[in-house]
Design a protein around this ligand. Structure first.
Ligand code: K1U
Ligand code: ZN
Length: 189
């Protein structure tokens, strides 16, 4: 398994729509294993293929030790009730903002055995699924912010982005101090 580089804001791949996975092959399973390893190393709760420079429509999530692989995911139902909570993004390190999203969603996806399934999600899982599916459609959480908040977030990012030449975050090379700095402020090691 390998820790992959993560593409950061400014890399055009983060704005491209992905291509559905035609067949779940061993190559797809290897990509998924590498994405889990990368997500764990970066201390995230989700990771979508474009974030590691790939165009396949798939993402991985792990919340409370429960791994979830979503291949070709689609949201088939959204609650009308909305919820606002803070989000971060491994492709926009150190920038956080409150985002309003449907509180509950039903997602249809394919698993690693090639079987279709549906998952009803609430709370953080619902939020994370929406965040990852947005990545697969070329959307980022910044797109939901007011002009004022987006401008402030982008101004902060301007000060950070020179740390990532070529829009690449060399995840495997980050020192323990850097990894700790990128953690969400509420998180404890
Ligand atoms: O896709 C990504 O960039 C991963 C992202 C997923 C995510 C976090 C928060 C809400 C929705 C989706 C992260 O894992 S960011 C790091 C993180 O663990 C975190 C940040 C803010 C709140 C909770 C967790
Ligand atoms: Zn993200």
């Amino acid at each position: 398994m390998s820790i992959l580089d993560i593409r950061v804001l400014g890399d055009p791949i983060l704005r491209q729509a992905t291509t559905p996975v035609a067949e779940v092959t061993d190559e797809i399973r290897r990509l998924v294993a590498d994405m889990f390893e990368t997500m764990h190393h970066a201390r995230g709760i989700g990771l979508a293929a474009p974030q590691v420079g790939r165009t396949e429509r798939l993402a991985v999530i792990e919340i409370d030790g429960e791994p979830l692989v979503v291949i070709n995911p689609e949201i088939v139902e959204r609650s009308s009730t909305k919820d606002k909570a803070e989000e971060g993004c491994l492709s926009i390190p150190d920038i956080y903002a409150d985002v309003e999203r449907p509180k509950e969603v039903v997602v249809r996806a394919t698993d690693l055995d090639g079987n279709e399934y549906e998952i009803e999600a609430t709370e953080l899982l619902a939020r994370c699924l929406q965040h990852e599916i947005d990545h697969l459609d070329g959307r980022l959480f910044l797109d939901y912010l007011s002009v004022l908040k987006r401008t402030a977030a982008l101004a902060k990012w301007k000060l950070e982005q020179n740390k990532y030449p070529g829009f690449i975050r060399h995840t495997a090379l980050e020192t323990p101090e850097e990894r700790k700095r990128h953690e969400h402020p509420d998180e404890e090691l």
